[in-house]
Ligand binder design. Sequence first.
Ligand code: ATP
Length: 306
Amino acid sequence: MKTQKELKVRASGKINLYLNVSKNPRSDGYHEIKSIMQSIGLSDELTFKVSDNENTKDAANPNGIYITSNDINIPLDERNLVHKAAAIILDEFRLRGKYKIEINIKKHIPVCAGLAGGSTNAAAALVALNEIFALNLKYPKLLKLAALVGSDVPFCIKGGTVLAEGRGDKLSQLPDLPFYWVVLATDGRKLHTKDIYEMFDLVGVPVRPRHRELVRDIKEKQYDRFFEKLENDLEKVAAIEDGKVDSLKEKVRDLGADITQMTGSGPTIFAFCSDLTAARKVYNGLIAQSEKAILTHTTPYSLLII
Ligand code: ATP
């Protein structure tokens, strides 16, 4: 008899509250970063269905991984980070070809927007397959496998408020930031992380890292002081590629939000708002000018099995 197991995971995006990038890549091709990352409520929903593959082997798909999505902007083959994560689990535990793994990705997180959409989907795949196959993988091993998929994936396993160093894989959990309303704004343009880092190497100006001061502010709950120091080294170069980065920041300031910055390699900008009324004003103001805006919030969770 065919056995089938099914699991749904809600996978949160992230914003970079602080991102310091060292100029020029390391010998392994990655840039050394210091980043304070924060999970947000905006999330994708992934459904994993695993069944025995006895009579249904597909020579064209030896991994048995089948991905579907509502978003035409993401690849559905081996290039999908979810596929990469699932294949790593199959190889590590010699499960390749034994199961049919159907994964549906219901996307809400904009693609190539600096919100770690692909990375959080990959993190969800690792956690879901760990659960479905009862692999009993603990955090350290999950984080190791996550780093094999991509730099932001370990953070997406952990979630909350985290200091990321190295290439993004050395993580220190910080006390959770309190609940804040966050408005995201983007013109929908896609910026590729690799291109923005390459531009940074060409024209970016390196800045002395201040992550220790920011970590201290969080630990001392000095959030006003913390928000004054937000910084993203990639913002200036991304703004050269996409002029909307600066104009959207100006717009959200006009709408009353002072704390605003680009996330990751952009082009999305975020605005922190003191209460829902202030957040609605920013959100409605952007929508009225036909900008793409999303109203979300900080959250201590990255992945939720639902
Ligand atoms: P980051 O903030 O980690 O730099 P990002 O938010 O800028 O990432 P993603 O949305 O994660 O960018 O997409 C980056 C690339 O990964 C795109 O080229 C996209 O096609 C590819 N990709 C692969 N799998 C996925 C996925 N499941 N969801 C989104 N993008 C994916």
